[in-house]
Design a binder for this molecule. Structure first.
Ligand code: 5GP
Length: 125
C-alpha cells in the first residue's frame, strides 16, 4: 500500500528497524550516513536499497530537511556502492519512489540501485 509522503516519520517502519538492528538485512555497505543492503524481492540481478541513517520519510523530506553533510554523505555512498559492485562500466539505474503516485511503500527514504543486465525502458507503458 503506497504511503502519503507528507506523513510524519514513523520509527516503527521496516527500514528504521533494520537500522536499529532489530531486523536482519544483507548489508553491502555501511558508513556514518548510509546503509546499503539487498532488496528482499530483487527485481534485477543486482537490486540494492541505499538508505540514509537519519529519520527521513522520502526524497522530498530528505531534500528539504537534511543537512548538507547528510546529503553529500548519502549521495557519495550511493555512488560508492555502485562502483564497489562493478556497475559503472555496464551501467545501472537509480530509482526513488515518492508517495502514492510514485508507489513508495516504505516510509523511510530509499534509493533502489538496479543492475546486472540491460534494464530496458524506464517505465512500463
Ligand atoms: P518502495 O516501493 O517503497 O520504493 O520499495 C520498497 C522496497 O523494499 C521493495 O522493493 C521491497 O521489496 C523492499 N522491502 C520491503 N521489506 C523489506 C525487508 O524487510 N527487507 C528488505 N531487504 N527489503 C524489503
Amino acid at each position: 500500500m503506497p504511503i502519503d509522503a507528507t506523513q510524519p516519520y514513523d520509527d516503527g517502519n521496516i527500514f528504521a528497524r533494520i537500522l536499529r538492528g532489530e531486523l536482519p538485512s544483507t548489508t553491502v555497505y555501511d558508513d556514518e550516513h548510509a546503509l546499503a543492503f539487498h532488496d528482499i524481492t530483487a527485481q534485477a540481478p543486482v537490486h540494492i536499497l541505499v538508505i540514509p541513517k537519519g529519520r527521513y520519510v522520502s526524497w522530498d523530506d530528505f531534500s528539504a530537511r537534511a543537512t548538507t553533510e547528510e546529503i553529500a554523505g548519502f549521495v557519495r555512498a550511493v555512488g560508492r556502492v555502485a562502483r564497489d559492485l562493478g556497475l559503472v562500466a555496464p551501467g545501472y539505474r537509480l530509482l526513488a519512489n515518492v508517495g502514492s503516485h510514485g508507489g513508495q511503500e516504505v516510509p523511510h527514504l530509499h534509493v533502489h540501485l538496479f543492475g546486472g543486465r540491460s534494464l530496458g525502458p524506464m517505465l512500463a507503458r
